[in-house]
Design a protein around this ligand. Structure first.
Ligand SMILES: [Zn+2]
Length: 232
């Protein structure tokens, strides 16, 4: 990665099972492969997700348990050694008290002492849960003296983000561990089976199709964010 030296500890903060894999799976796999312990605080079980598998195999009742199992398998593939299920309900984080939500992130930071925190980019991450938790992470960092804060890297994907934010400064290619990233994508079966079908076809296709599919799985970009200046 272009982030320089190996991190001491990474803390990943997202609301849904599969955000870790689909947003920054390559980055997590690379940190883990370098020997850095990775903690993932997953705030909900994605119980309100609309995808129930293709062909259908989940119900509204069984979905949280299925997604938890998928998440545990994905974490093993990516090398996440410490999974925290934070116990909030899907699609409700924006109704939580912002200060109380920020305190839960601060508690994690103080316990894990990460050198790097990864979450979504506030204002550029589409879903209300993503936005609420990205803002809470920034609020948590602001509670720490500037000299004692871990670095913050954020993934943006809302339309127009690059025109607004410029080129991402953190560019990674997890080509060495792409199979781990792909195994994590496959593990989130209730959410990813349609995409996996397309990847399978590409992997079995021409060398350029295969390379493009591996690139899509392994590459990613993030921004280094200053908690004091980013808008929340
Ligand atoms: Zn999500």
């Amino acid at each position: 990665m272009e982030t320089g030296n190996r991190e001491r500890q990474v803390l990943v903060v997202f609301p849904h099972p599969d955000d870790e894999t689909l947003a920054v799976g390559g980055a997590i796999a690379m940190h883990a492969a370098a020997g850095t312990p990775v903690t993932y605080a997953c705030y909900t079980l994605g119980q309100m997700g609309r995808n129930m598998g293709k062909p259908l195999f989940a119900t509204r009742e069984s979905l949280p348990l299925i997604r938890e199992q998928e998440l545990r398998a994905a974490c093993q593939h990516l090398g996440i050694t410490d999974l925290r299920l934070m116990g909030f309900r899907d699609k409700t984080l924006d109704f939580e008290d912002p200060e109380a939500l920020a305190q839960t992130v601060l508690d994690l930071i103080q316990e894990c002492q990460p050198s790097l925190v990864i979450t979504y980019y506030p204002g550029w991450c589409v879903h209300p849960d993503h936005e609420a938790l990205a803002a809470a992470t920034v609020r948590a960092l602001r509670k720490l003296p500037a000299g004692q804060r871990p670095k913050l890297q954020c993934q943006a994907f809302a339309q127009g983000y690059q025109a607004a934010l410029g080129e991402p400064d953190v560019v990674y290619d997890a080509a060495d561990v792409w199979e781990r990233c792909y195994a994590a994508i496959r593990a989130h079966k209730s959410q990813t089976s349609a995409w996996v079908e397309r990847i399978e076809r590409a992997l079995a296709g021409s060398p350029s199709d295969r390379d493009a599919a591996i690139g899509q799985i392994a590459r990613g970009r993030m921004y280094t964010v200053d908690a004091d200046t980013v808008e929340i």
